[in-house]
Design a protein around this ligand. Structure first.
Ligand SMILES: [Zn+2]
Ligand SMILES: [Zn+2]
Length: 331
């Protein structure tokens, strides 16, 4: 539906009955239309996209550019298929484009690096194979292809009516971008800022060294823009970016304190820290041991991201004991 003059939102379901949906946006212009993000690469998702276009009297051929905020499967998975159907170029940030091949095609090395990283962060041998492979199922929902065009920070994509400025916002993903329409003060935020969820930020072989610091810096950057409307990749559109950013900053401070409290009891691996704090706080909190493999892995990667941030702030140190990192409080 056209949620504001010139911007159509299409909500695309997650595949195979998974809860959630991805918001994609068609930004109409006198020189053509820009699609922001795609959705999971799945036939039912494609059907939903086609229906969304039809409801707003649009056709595949009306899409002239496909701009992807980041390459997670719920944003990038359908991009190649839509490129074919729309005859449009797919664009991704240069940094993000560099991650595609090793994530979705030649992923043997990434898998090995993930296994080594989990092992050196204390994941027990008995859980290692399951956690290492916990994301492999997603690959079936990504039609692999490299983008036609790569974007750089501050590039501008204009369709005659709106100008979208590319703002690199690393954290949730290393080459994540938001798109800023400066005249209207609109922000297409991808997964950088969501209204009803805290975006996942984890340390992993493709995350960069201190992804949570990157994330907080990126959030401060968009926070300072004076945005008056946010079009996120999931959940409702909203106009209170400053308020929402403040909540997210507060959430991360609270999580840092929870981790420091765990470290008061002595040296711990990231795995041990993750196992001692609650997860899914938005649903009241779930113990680590009650999470499935995918969520346990996300929890460990998030914990490492906090520990890396705390180490960079001087609150935490680490020592190597037989190839396993142990963290300690320096406060
Ligand atoms: Zn994402
Ligand atoms: Zn997403």
């Amino acid at each position: 539906m056209e949620i504001i003059a010139g911007v159509h939102q299409i909500r695309l379901p997650f595949p195979q009955g998974m809860s959630g949906y991805t918001n994609v946006y068609v930004v109409e212009g006198s020189n053509g239309n820009i699609l922001v993000d795609s959705g999971w690469g799945d036939s039912e998702v494609l059907w939903a996209f086609r229906e969304g276009l039809r409801e707003d009297r649009l056709k595949f051929q009306d899409i002239n550019w496909i701009v992807i905020t980041h390459i997670h499967p719920d944003h990038y998975g359908l991009a190649s298929k839509l490129r074919e159907l729309c005859g449009a170029e797919v664009t991704v940030h240069r940094t993000e484009a560099g991650l595609i091949n090793s994530r979705y095609r030649d992923f043997g090395e990434l898998l090995k690096d993930m296994g080594d990283m989990l092992s050196s962060n204390g994941v027990p041998q008995a859980e290692l194979a399951e956690l290492k492979q916990a994301s492999l199922w997603m690959k079936q929902f990504v039609s692999f292809d490299l983008p036609d065009v790569t974007l750089d920070d501050r590039d501008r994509i204009s369709n005659g009516s709106f100008g979208l400025e590319v703002l690199r916002t690393p954290g949730h993903s290393l080459g994540h971008i938001c798109l800023y329409e400066a005249r209207k003060r609109w922000l297409f935020s991808g997964d950088h800022v969501l209204f009803n969820a805290i975006p996942h930020v984890g340390f992993h072989p493709q995350s960069g060294d201190n992804p949570l610091k990157d994330y907080i810096d990126s959030l401060e950057m968009v926070h300072g823009l004076g945005v008056n409307f946010v079009f996120p990749g999931h959940g409702p559109v909203f106009n209170s970016l400053k308020l929402r950013a403040a909540e997210i900053f507060g959430y991360h401070e609270q999580r840092k304190r929870a981790i420091m409290t765990v470290l008061e009891n002595g040296l711990k691996t990231a795995y041990q820290v993750a196992a001692e704090i609650l997860w899914k706080l938005e649903t009241g909190g779930v113990a680590f041991s009650d999470l499935g493999a995918w969520d346990r892995r996300l929890a460990i990667l998030e914990t490492i991201a906090y520990l890396k941030l705390l180490a960079s702030e001087g609150s935490v140190g680490k020592i190597d004991r037989d190839g396993v990192w142990l963290y300690l409080s320096k406060e």
